[in-house]
Design a protein. Structure first.
Lengths: 417, 417
């Protein structure tokens, strides 16, 4: 009898923090210095798909990311593999002749293939989605009975922010108090249907700077920034309470005010680090100025912005109509460069382009300056500063994909298709 | 008898804070939320020259700045005029037939002509030098007996940082405790000869952003930044003590570490402001990265950097030899654009150019990459990002100019020459 291969395929979203995680109190367990809150992004536009396979014929743990084999020896992967293996349960599939006893998981080797439907290097939290997906898929493979919060505490040991990708909608990562990290896990504040007016546009900003990795960056901040402790102890706890209230009541003004202030404060503590860390660049600053001017002109926030450890802007519009007005502004200030077509410049939910009345490059050129800058026309239009935009929305959590055609590993060889 | 004109001409330096002033506790008296410490820059390269004149023939207070008449009605000028007038004493010059009684200063009108030997709009603290010079010259004109510290408290009411330009060398602005501001004044920590190894190179950075004025910027920070109060109460007082020690002992490592950290923290609280304030741009960030990399490579600080409310870098080298190495690096990373000659690209003390072995554009093109980036060559060279450099050093305080030919007002008409 040919040896069996047992596979599971899952899809997990990425997430964007609106109250930021920056700084660990325990480096190896990945325990943060404060709570954080995130919005899960629609996996249709930004997700990781992962197939995990197990077979007595595999002689070592192996992983392929976006088609290329990578090492699984890193601590983040080893933590997740070890924790899930320890929680595996008996599994049987009589039809395929598979029978695995609880204790076998320690000996059986796994193959993992993972694929991001967005550029890995673009600074779009690919490790959050990736580690969450690995943990979720392995747990299903090994028949672990842990719920999403328990799995989040495992994903956290792979990549801190990954713990928030185990749920859809609005998610809080509770920092916890225990030394062993057992209570540092994610909980869902509200699912993706609770506040479904929101529209999210991501500006992927071109950058020529090499960025500080978030792991080293937050270590340097913890060690050298005097402002970080004040932020973590005094500022964030109050903001967490208010942000939960803003989400519960769908209070966009409060939500935007808190998200923008917290993004700016996170970048402030990066700047207060020695040596200083700069994640935002001039283009990021210009995007903020554009939003701030507009929000002030309207006398209430239309759009919230938030920036992670890189120059990309994540812009959250209060509703679809506002999102169309936002996209007009973004295309006005940051038109595609001459050789870029609109189809590859605005990705994701392209229906927003239609709402904005901007379907071709001619429509971009014909855009009038937004009313809030009327006195200062002609404003600078900065072609080439943005690589592309992705239109998306809050979305659902991890999902098992039962359709065998979506698996990334061949069910007979256990190797990438 | 033709009516007399009595004139005085003075020259006052600009200064750069190494522990920053940001935030007022009293807007109208200009009382700061923390002490600050500055280095006075050599007036030979950066100063304001001001001639003040008084005559019974003048029918109103008038002022010319860089040859253009400007209004004296602003609060900052009025504060200084009022305070000095109240302190005027009897004055007599028999030879010229001038006799002014103490109480006459209230009625006599003044003419003021002021000239900066550096570009006013370049963000080089022109208002600090200007207001200090106005107060110093008016005090001499009106025979006021106040010493430099007492005059600094008056200049402070014109422009906060102006109070630090009443002394040469290293100056501390004591925030004071009194509600009326009488004890918020400058004192000299050490004169310009105490630590005369230091060399200062200013990079005037090209900018296309309109900057937030420091007056509105600091008001917004005081009103909205949660981190500012922590900085002012907890961080700065300790840094002031250490910076005084660094200056006293000519401890460059400590000086550089404090100056860089405090500049970065000032920009951090600007970023923590709502809406956020960005004074540094990508070029500023690149200059910081260049210095940080070099300092780390040498395993001890060679150069300190500090940025005020704009993108210009003020770089303080530990000695002349280091300054030459610094200038080589700056010209390597930021060469002049094709149509700029070296003579107008490096201003001030041009002897540093010779020390650096860079006298022409060919020498710039031949510069090898600095050793600390050897593994990453070819590094980007960013022509056009810097407008020009100014080489200078710590310098002396205000000076009376007795040479009539240096006066900016004609001694017979009282109008600009």
């Amino acid at each position: 009898m040919a040896e069996w291969i047992h596979t599971v395929t899952a899809r997990t979203p990425t997430n964007i923090a609106v109250i930021k995680y920056w700084g660990k109190r325990d480096e190896s367990l990945i325990l943060p210095v404060n709570d954080s809150i995130s919005v899960t992004l629609d996996p249709q536009h930004l997700c990781t798909t992962t197939t995990v396979a197990v077979s007595p014929s595999f002689d070592q743990d192996r992983m392929w990311l976006n088609g290329k084999e990578i090492s699984l020896s890193g601590g983040r992967y080893q933590n997740c593999l070890r924790e899930i293996r320890a929680r595996g349960e008996d599994f049987e599939n009589k039809e395929k002749g598979i029978k695995i006893a609880k204790q076998d998981w320690q000996k059986l080797r796994v193959h993992v293939a993972s694929y991001n439907n967005f550029p890995t290097a673009a600074g779009l939290a690919s490790s959050a989605a990736g580690l969450a997906c690995l943990v979720f898929a392995l747990a299903k493979l090994m028949n672990a009975k842990e719920d999403a919060s328990q799995l989040s505490a495992i994903a956290r040991q792979g990549s801190g922010s990954a713990c928030r990708s185990l749920y859809g909608g609005f998610v809080k990562w509770i920092m916890g108090k225990e030394v062993n990290g057992s209570d540092s896990l994610a909980v869902q504040l509200a699912d993706e249907n609770h506040w479904d007016d929101l529209v999210i546009i991501i500006a992927v900003v071109s950058s020529r700077q090499k960025e500080t990795s978030s792991t080293t960056g937050m270590r340097d901040t913890v060690e050298t920034s005097i402002l970080l402790q004040h932020r973590a102890r005094e500022v964030v706890p109050k903001r967490i309470v208010k942000m939960e209230e803003a989400i519960r009541n769908r209070n966009f003004s409060l939500f935007a005010q808190l998200a923008c202030a917290d993004s700016n404060q996170f970048h402030a503590v990066c700047l207060d680090t020695c040596p200083p860390i700069f994640y935002m660049n001039d283009t990021s600053h210009r995007i903020i100025s554009c939003i701030e001017k507009w929000n002030r002109f309207e006398e209430s926030p239309q759009v919230a912005y938030t920036f992670d450890a890189g120059p990309n802007a994540v812009l959250i519009a209060r509703n679809r109509k506002t999102a169309a007005l936002l996209l007009q502004r973004l295309l006005y200030f940051f038109p595609p460069s001459a050789d870029t077509d609109m189809g590859s410049y605005v990705l994701g939910d392209k229906s927003i382009l239609k709402d904005a009345g901007v379907e071709g490059i001619n429509d971009v050129q014909a855009l009038p300056p937004p009313p809030e800058i009327k006195d200062n026309v002609p404003a600078q239009r900065n072609g080439g500063e943005v690589s592309y935009f992705i239109c998306t929305r809050p979305g659902r959590g991890p999902l098992l994909l039962s359709d065998e055609s979506l698996a990334l590993l061949d069910h007979s060889t256990g190797l990438p298709k």
